[in-house]
Design a protein around this ligand. Sequence first.
Ligand code: C2E
Ligand code: MG
Ligand code: MG
Length: 242
Amino acid sequence: MSLVYQPIIDSQDGRTIGAEALLRWYNGELGSVSPAEFVPVAEDAGLIVEIGDWVLRRACEQVAQWRCTIAPGLIVAVNLSPRQFNEGLLERCFTRSGLEPSALELEITEGLLMSDSETVMPMLTALNEMGVRISVDDFGTGYSSLSYLKRFPLHNLKIDRSFVAGLPDHRDSIAITQAVVAMAHSLGMNVTAEGVETTAQADFLCAIDCDKQQGYFYSRPVGASAYAHSLCDAQMDAADAK
Ligand code: C2E
Ligand code: MG
Ligand code: MG
């Protein structure tokens, strides 16, 4: 297993402000298997806790190192499986890696928020008090109940790429993305658009004040050394511009 990193871009100035860590599994017989296929299997087999702990540790260590050497303000987004929700693990992770909790954004699904508020609520409250940011992944594709948005301490909504794909031409996609941005901002949250593939999509999202963007238009997910190189190049370009 290994991790790849996809840049997260600030819509306003085009700078890379962080990375989403995404899991990769290479199997000798099957070749490269997508996490969309093997994560559900790992969940059913009871392996996701161990795998997810490794992802979290590896991503925190890697980004703590980049923050020390290349980009002090960098943040990392890590996908969390519902079964993996464990605050003790996070504390150990911060102690070992030296990463500040405010540099971590945990991506959770709407399903987790809807599942069991008696255990989820204290956990989210504890994470919030630690300074960890919570982001709702694939927003708009899970459940239609919006009540969890006011119940839980959430910081960011990630607009699912199925909505971004229809921009800037489809009326429904325009209406949904604009409404999500307006709703998130009035609730004090940020918005990330995922799956941005074209200049027209990027420009549209910038115009409607979507805070952050991710997608092949900026970069595919890449290995740690390629990501570090792109950070160094961006730093040099910024220094040249001064
Ligand atoms: P996700 O968290 O919504 O991740 C975004 C997925 O969209 C990634 O697929 C990414 O490679 C892909 N993507 C990014 N930009 C574009 C684009 O412009 N166009 C298109 N068509 N696709 C784009 P990936 O890496 O295959 O991951 C799939 C899903 O697997 C993730 O969806 C996430 O739910 C899950 N996953 C990945 N890594 C982990 C992990 O470490 N732990 C857990 N629990 N789940 C993970
Ligand atoms: Mg994600
Ligand atoms: Mg997503």
